[in-house]
Ligand binder design. Structure first.
Ligand code: F6P
Length: 361
């Protein structure tokens, strides 16, 4: 492997707060500490396919630490192994085109910031000899091999605020209030925000719910004087023996299923079965947008810095991760196409149960 002089950086998959903190840390560490040249690849792997690659200077990444989103743009549809040049074309493998663009810009390594999909995209290039280092991102906190991803803390903060806010209106109107949060197949956001806000019921994809047990809890609360119920529900929650609620299918996305709508289903069932008024609020993209909380800016800075230090130490194909309170690394390939779900016996689930939270099981 030759000396690293020029690196490319891309952000793939759904955006999340803290991406810009990573881009800034990568770029500044690379330029200031190692005198490298840094090239931003626009819109994830799409920019690699379309050769939209531009040099980044310290000025380009100045004042972005507190900014949500990604200054590079992102895409969760661009898979170079199955790419359609126009909607009429059949999908084909354009990896060679990407390799050509990497060569043309003389990029010695790629920093790929993303979730499981982006890491499997990186794996494709690693197998062809491209040196990649991965940085895990997602509000869902479901990247295999790391205890935490940046963006998660901000999403939990937004979701907790929403749950706190519906609390007072639920109490005023004696209603059951359902707040549906994101997370795909992992219930981390619903669990953490539910615990943080003292939700009475938390429904996770990992613990299928029985709607009659959920209703029983709503009714019982009324019987001992609590005339409202707060429910924190993951978009991926599903009933025992039933499926998830699909909001839409995104054609050409490597992971085409978009979840959403279970909050309304549960609220309607509670109202129909108990006669108690129920309302649903879907938080959606407010969890992903806006200013990252300080902890996500710190984590993004630590991860971005570690990515460059890893590359410069000669490490290859590693993913920066957090284990306990230590930043360390694992093979990227370990995280490709895997999701870190909530273990049903996770200590936080146990603690929530012990303080009286219901999981509908
Ligand atoms: O992975 C992050 C996430 O926000 C999930 O929580 C959600 O299910 C999904 O992305 C939504 O994806 P899209 O941006 O394609 O609608």
């Amino acid at each position: 492997m030759g000396k690293i002089q020029r690196i490319g950086i891309l952000t793939g998959g759904g955006d999340c707060p803290g991406l810009n903190a990573v881009i800034r840390a990568v770029t500044k560490t690379a330029i200031f500490h190692h005198q490298l040249e840094v090239f931003g690849i626009e819109d994830g792997f799409l920019g690699l396919i379309e050769n939209r690659i531009r040099q980044l200077t310290p000025l380009d990444v100045s004042n972005i630490l507190t900014l949500g989103g990604t200054i590079l743009g992102s895409s969760n549809k661009a898979d170079p192994t199955r790419w359609r040049d126009t909607p009429e074309h059949d999908p084909c493998d354009v990896t060679d085109r990407c390799l050509h663009h990497i060569e043309q810009h003389r990029l010695d390594a790629l920093v790929c910031i993303g979730g499981d999909g982006t890491m499997s995209g990186a794996a494709n290039f690693i197998h062809l000899g491209v040196n990649c280092v991965g940085v895990p991102k997602t509000i869902d906190n479901d990247v295999h091999g790391t205890d935490v991803t940046f963006g998660f803390g901000t999403a939990v903060t937004v979701a907790t605020d929403a749950l706190d806010r519906v609390h007072t209106t639920a109490a005023s109107h004696h209603r059951a209030m359902v707040v549906e949060v994101m997370g795909r197949n992992a219930g981390w956001i619903a669990l953490h925000a539910g615990v943080a806000s003292g939700a009475d019921v938390i429904l996770l994809p990992e613990i299928p719910y029985d709607i009659d047990k959920v209703c029983q809890r709503v009714v019982e609360r009324g019987q001992y004087g609590k005339r409202f119920t707060i429910l924190s529900i993951s978009e991926g929650a599903r009933p025992v023996g039933g499926g998830q609620v699909v909001a839409q299918v995104v054609k050409d996305s490597p992971d085409p299923i978009r979840l959403g709508g279970v909050g309304k289903v549960v609220a309607d069932q509670i109202q129909a079965k108990t006669g108690i008024e129920a309302r649903a609020t879907v938080l959606g993209y407010v969890q992903r947008g806006g200013t990252p909380i300080p902890a996500d800016r710190v984590l993004g800075t630590e991860f971005g810095h570690a990515a460059i230090e890893l590359l410069m130490s000669g490490a290859q194909s590693r993913l920066v991760v957090m284990k306990g309170r230590t930043v360390t690394d694992i093979p990227i390939l370990d995280a490709a196409n895997k999701q870190r779900l909530v273990p049903v016996d996770h200590p936080l689930v146990e603690a929530a149960r012990d303080v009286g939270t219901d999981f509908g099981d």
